[in-house]
Design a protein around this ligand. Structure first.
Ligand SMILES: [Zn+2]
Ligand SMILES: [Zn+2]
Length: 293
């Protein structure tokens, strides 16, 4: 889950998305994303440091560099496809995301679909079960994480702005959604299985309510307590969750692990994104976004 903290910083995430659309040079990133130059330069250096981009000279006089995705960076492709799909469906319109994606193998416009890599059936929250292990983080780390938690932005109509990065702030958002998927629905259960502090949990639940990812109603067994469940919007985060957990596991074992098992074939799954038209896996160099007419 540490993986989530590494890529949930908004600018870093936008840079990775742009890199998948073929952007490589500093000026091009700057133009596409409109990031202040200083920030862009820091974020690029950070992404090189954590091994998602590598810097490569493309010209010697004068010396100029471009930034390319490393293998670890390319492995985020399924996750980037998942985040595009979610943003297109549920995010604020007008965000800087591609409206249409074309699969260069079949030359059709497509939607990325999440399937089981073992049996090719489509994967949803309903047909997987999750296994979760959480260990407490050292207090210092926890303090830093809480600090960087952002408040939800509201626009001038008081509507909460929503995109996947507002939703997946850090590991807690992922773990909390996973906990509900596992069949836990009550505050005290979350506290117990997530090893989360009460203050952080209350904050997150409130925010997930504002973003309409979770709903709460009185617990049928005890009306003084609340019963939390995922809305359709929250359930639709599943492809994002699955692909980010799979990616995180491939990088480094963290203090918590989350495994998903496909109920019908019984295999542990990482998921694979395929083209809705030809049903083939979609690889990083096979996607483009046609220029808006
Ligand atoms: Zn399967
Ligand atoms: Zn295709």
């Amino acid at each position: 889950m540490a993986a989530v903290d590494q890529i949930s910083e908004p600018w870093s995430n936008s840079i990775i998305r742009a890199a998948f659309l073929g952007i490589r040079q500093f000026e091009a990133f700057q133009q596409k994303l409109g990031i202040p130059r200083q920030t862009l330069s820091l974020r690029l250096a950070y992404l090189v440091k954590i091994g998602l981009l590598r810097k490569q000279a493309y010209q010697s006089q004068p010396l100029r560099h471009e930034y390319r995705l490393t293998q670890d960076g390319k492995n985020l492709h399924d996750n980037v496809l998942a985040s595009w799909s979610w943003d297109r469906r549920w995010g604020d319109p007008g965000k800087n995301i591609p409206r249409r994606l074309v699969h260069s193998v079949c030359l059709h416009e497509f939607k990325p679909l999440l399937v089981c890599e073992h049996c090719a059936e489509s994967l949803t929250l309903r047909n997987v079960s999750a296994q979760l292990t959480c260990q407490p983080l050292p207090n210092t780390t926890r303090a830093i994480r809480n600090n960087r938690w952002r408040v939800a932005n509201a626009d001038d109509k008081g509507q909460t702005q929503r995109d996947i990065l507002a939703v997946i702030d850090d590991r807690w958002s992922v773990l909390l959604i996973a906990a509900v998927a596992l069949g836990f629905h009550r505050y005290d259960q979350f506290l117990e299985i997530l090893n989360i502090s009460s203050a952080v949990l209350a904050q997150r639940l409130k925010r997930m309510g504002e973003l309409k990812l979770m709903k709460k109603k009185p617990d049928p067994k005890d009306a003084r307590r609340s019963f939390y469940s995922l809305t359709k919007i929250g359930q639709d985060l599943f492809p994002y969750l699955l692909t980010i957990t799979a990616w995180g596991r491939s990088r480094q074992p963290g203090p918590d692990t989350l495994h998903w098992q496909h109920k019908s074939c019984q295999n542990l799954v990482s998921g694979r994104m395929v083209c809705s038209h030809c049903l083939q896996a979609v690889l990083p160099h096979e996607v483009f976004s046609p220029a808006r007419a």
